[in-house]
Design a protein around this ligand. Sequence first.
Ligand SMILES: [Zn+2]
Length: 142
Amino acid sequence: MSNCVFCDIVAGKAPGRIVYENELSMVVLDIHPYAEGHCLAIPKRHVQWWHELTAEENASLFAAAQVVAKRMMDKLNPEFVCMYARGRRIPHTHIFLIPTQSGDVLDRFFNALENFQESPERLAKLKTPESLDNALHILKEK
Ligand SMILES: [Zn+2]
């Protein structure tokens, strides 16, 4: 066993409910689901952050995520499939794929975040046209 549960699942050394896999990626059910069918899309290579993946790995990972998201839409009938990427608690990048309905746990969480964004002064400053232009300038620079 390695010290990474996702590497162990990829290697077949730990149990994982594998929903789909392609050459470079795998999609498994999350054992702590926020909703029925909540999955994690992971690269087969141990990489902490999704932005450290190769272009080929990224394409593979997002293709795998889309295959499973379409199955979720067909079979679980959510409003949409929420996606976000983490890698902090388990330092092997994993993209959350969560079938979402209006008012469910995740929807309320993101609605709370949106309300949070409205309130604190520090974050409110980020909404000014100057701040947004500054962020645009920073990210557009090559
Ligand atoms: Zn790993």
